[in-house]
Write a protein that binds this ligand. Structure first.
Ligand code: PMP
Length: 418
């Protein structure tokens, strides 16, 4: 008997399908602006110098074995990762209220974060999955909705991006926060919003946080790009730290894929903030015990290699300084490409802009991505006529641009728009 007879075809992942199309394309000037992975000025994957150094140290360390890690992860890593996002002097860290578990990169952190809320978030008690709502920005990282749905939550959009201004839809977002039921759960991108590159300013974050506080909303922070937005780790953690200072209930998902260039090593963390450090109700010890249950049934023990590398970098002052330099190298190359693309569109090609503020959004947006404002038809022309691979929503990965291809890409923009 054909026991899998009615298995339907699942659609291919849009981003990975785009990369496959790029790889199969024989055109010599082709450019891949789809996937959010950093490339150096030669268009090549970048191994951070500090990671190279860490790997050498590990290779020469004969004391390292291949035993299982503890269920919660490598202590050198889990003891340090929370400090990176919250700050070493954070009240939550000092009071022992932060619980950090090593995860399969940012994806795994989002997964456990959602499962933990589905099981233990008090306002969800006795509710069906349809009632366990997590509000997500419209738009958001394509995988968020899939992960949250598979973990027992129901994702529902909140207004975030305004196509008319190619910027933040702040009034609509604030209204939504005000009218949502008390103690609602909201996904927030800690910095470098994917896919729009549109982040609130500090003043706007303060307005957002004030409503969270007033309504008792829960902030589910996804932080996949710390350091990538501004080139500075502390700067990019500002929103999370501000929410902690306002005693807003929250969790933070961390990924070291982008800021340490460790895409394939799958190293990340989920950080919960408990109301107190102890073993009593709501205490850090209880939350931690339940995270260990989630980990055990899902992957049993997390992998060692990425945790050893990041653990070493976070705990060694010299390597940490070197890492900060490496992050600056990546972030500043991206910022330079924003300026170059902006200059070409405005001054060289005088390309008509899709929004009311010219091409300013190219330099104003933050992090790995630019939401160009191109419509689906123009995006299609970029791919089919220009061999410039980008998603149909107008998003381009700035990391795919370099000194050798940015002029060609600007020329393709001009042709696609006129
Ligand atoms: N969250 C966001 C917003 C992302 O953009 C990504 C990566 N594209 C992730 C989470 C997870 O990435 P990873 O699992 O590779 O850390």
């Amino acid at each position: 008997a054909d026991v899998f007879h009615s298995t339907p075809f699942a659609p291919p992942d849009a981003i990975f399908a785009l990369t496959a199309g790029y790889q199969a394309d024989p055109f010599d000037k082709k450019v891949n602006l789809g996937v959010g992975a950093y490339r150096d000025n030669n268009g090549k994957p970048f191994v951070l110098p500090v990671v190279r150094k860490a790997k050498q140290i590990l290779a020469n360390d004969d004391s390292l074995d291949h035993e299982y890690l503890p269920i919660g992860g490598l202590p050198a890593f889990t003891n340090a990762t929370g400090k990176l996002i919250f700050g070493a002097d954070s009240p939550a860290i000092k009071e022992g209220r932060v619980v950090s578990i090593q995860t399969i990169s940012g994806t795994g952190a989002n997964h456990y974060g959602a499962e933990f809320l589905a099981r233990f978030y008090e306002p969800f008690k006795g509710k069906s999955q349809a009632e366990k709502v997590i509000y997500v920005s419209n738009p958001t990282w394509a995988n968020h909705k899939a992960i949250f749905s598979s973990c027992g939550l129901t994702p529902v959009d909140y207004p975030y991006y305004d196509p008319a201004t190619i910027g933040l839809a702040l009034p609509k977002f604030l209204d939504f926060l005000r009218t949502a039921p008390a103690q609602s759960v909201f996904l927030l991108h800690a910095c470098a919003h994917n896919p729009t590159g549109v982040d609130p300013t500090r003043e706007q974050w303060e307005e957002i946080a004030a409503i969270f506080k007033e309504k008792g909303h829960f902030a589910f922070f996804d932080c996949a790009y710390q350091g990538f937005a501004s080139g500075d780790l502390d700067n990019d953690a500002w929103a999370v730290r501000y929410f902690v200072s306002q005693s807003i209930p929250l969790l933070v998902c961390q990924s070291y894929a982008k800021n340490a260039g460790l895409y394939g090593e799958r190293i990340g963390a989920l950080n919960l903030v408990a109301s107190h450090a102890g073993e009593g109700e709501g205490g850090a010890a209880r939350l931690r015990s339940q995270l260990l249950v989630l980990q055990r049934q899902e992957i049993s023990n997390p992998p060692t290699f990425g945790a050893r590398i990041v653990g070493m970098i976070l705990n060694d002052d010299d390597m940490f300084e070197q890492w900060k330099g490496d992050i600056k190298t990546m972030a500043h190359r991206i910022i330079a490409m924003r300026e170059k693309l902006h200059d070409l569109l405005v001054n060289t090609y005088k390309t008509p802009a899709p929004g009311p503020n010219g091409w300013d959004h190219v330099v104003k947006q933050i992090g790995m991505f630019t939401f160009t404002g191109l419509n689906p038809e123009q995006c299609k022309a970029m791919v089919e006529r220009g061999h410039v691979y980008m998603t149909g929503n107008g998003r381009i990965s700035m990391a795919g641009l370099n000194e050798s291809n940015v002029e060609y890409v600007a020329e393709c923009f001009d042709k696609a728009i006129r």
